[in-house]
Write a protein that binds this ligand. Sequence first.
Ligand code: ADP
Ligand code: MG
Length: 685
Amino acid sequence: MIKVAESLELTTIKTFSKPLLANLQKLGVSTVQGLLLHLPLRYIDETHISAVRDLRAGESAQVEGEIVHLEVAYKPRKTLMARLEDASGQITLRFLHFYPSQIEALKVGTKLRVYGEVRSGFFGYEMVHPNCKSVGEKTEVAETLTPVYPTVAGLTQSSLRKALKLALAQTPLAETLPPSVYEAFNFPSFAESIQALHHPAPNSDLQALQDKKTPHWRRLAFDELLAQQLSMRKHYSRRRSVNAPQFTPSKYLVSALLKSLPFALTSAQQKVALEIERDLSQPHPMQRLLQGDVGSGKTIVACMAALQSIENGWQVALMAPTEILAEQHYRKTLAWLSALNIRIGWLTGSQSKKERVAALQAIASGEAQLVVGTHALFQESVEFKNLGLAIIDEQHRFGVQQRLALRQKGQPEPHQLMMTATPIPRTLSMSYYADLDVSVIDELPPGRTPIVTKLVSDARRDEILQRVREACMQGDQAYWVCPLIEESEVLQLQTANDIFALMQSEFPELAVGLVHGRMKSSEKQAVMSAFTNGELQLLVATTVIEVGVDVPNASLMVIEHAERMGLSQLHQLRGRVGRGAAKSTCILLYQNKLSETARARLKVIYESNDGFAIAQADLHLRGPGELLGVRQSGVPMLKIADLERDADLLDSAKSIADQLLKQYPEAAEKHLMRWLASAGEMMKV
Ligand code: ADP
Ligand code: MG
């Protein structure tokens, strides 16, 4: 047989037909290696035949016998029913959808082998829609457990199984790791693992296999995590080999700024400011993630970094994911920095042509020392004179591509400071964020009273309305957050308008405003500043206010349909209140019939004010995609390893990555090739 190398295109396997190749392509599989790493979802056990008498309800089993009865019943609905008999008893086979050909295939006297889940039915045990195979005298049982693969329409399990058998037989599976490395963990070899996962031995522990807890699964999960670590290490060292402008610590501007503030920095702010200051004085680009719970005071730390850059003669860009937030940063930096004679530019997509041209001109000439804006900042037409530092607020809202685009606006490469209020659980920072340096502000400024969170059924809405009225009449301000309607922007908009109308008629004595994502940005800004200035008392809002909005006088928030939102999102929203000294309350309204999971989720947010604990719970309940914002960021997801189940492998993967790079660089390269290729466009940062 001709051997093929695993890195080759699938077309090198001559027996693969064009339609098969096309279907595999739809699965994202185009190389031999990709096919071999296309692992089963689950398994079925066709290695032995059970006697009908020994069956138990709930288990999946294979039985063999003869059809002794067949009928089409019409009540309660059209059903094809057959009785299969072996030496020990009878079982009913039931088909709710069927073709005439099936009636023929099940005619009395046929010898059949069937596989399915056993249930207790009216006439004793039954199987609904079992897999059926007609058998001759000596049809053999399967020699290994039968794999069930993820597939697409048009590609049957049996063609996939055949394709994999062929590929496995023709491809020598090279070991990428030195045996001493994987044997130290009692892991089987790569080849053995792949073989065993496609064709597990009979009597394998089916449950452990399905749960991906066997040594073979663990070996592959380890390999995948190791590849991720290696790739992160490479990014990290690439960064060390690239030049960036070196900024000496600020002598004047930072201390002048701090003197002008009505508050002193917390010690956590001082600590991270120092870490950033040190990074900026290095000749390599900083890529630091500044993480701090909502309200921890990241903006001032970012301004200190900006001043260091500006004092050294380099421009700074400050980018925010929404216009509302960008506008707020613009004002805040104007208030803080223009007293220091720093010239600040402003760039968003909604500016008039004339304003835009002027802004671009100021950025290109270096007139604007700090430029605040939205996505508009990384468009092609934007040219900086000398961009030294790019600050990205709420980084998880941006994709990798957008961050890269901003990075390319500087020559040499600018430093990057990314900020996020979504805390990163340890497993995530060890995996997906391993190429970044991380600073944490783990302390809130003093004098904040903790937010009281209440869970209230929607049935008690009237009480809540009364409460809003009282708060606003006393001079407080409140947010009313509209339910999230992910499926439809139109519906979202309509709901927001409806609620706004309702609130206006409910509270004729209050000034009520509305802000949502589809408003023109000038309208949004007008509403936000009216709220900030206290002209509005109640602000009806969609989740556009989720990130960063800072109105200290607002002390009450009502969130409708809280059960629809992610935990971290709720935490962010809630963080919009509790920013001043007043005692703040957040009321989570839920629809009456909560599911178990919804209840468990809301309980987390009710019981905890700790962003870390909440993010951890979110990770557990919804997986890393939600926290990483991966759908937009393009970061490749782990396919086999699970950060919770395989958390214990992370440390090992990390230390082995170091060891390989030092002692076996070629093995590291080979390992990366295998896994990167299988992840497609993976990790090209
Ligand atoms: P976040 O980390 O959520 O972006 P901000 O930077 O918006 O938080 O800060 C929240 C509020 O706290 C702002 O009004 C800010 O001026 C204020 N603030 C920041 N640092 C301190 C401090 N050390 N003491 C008191 N208030 C502070
Ligand atoms: Mg912020």
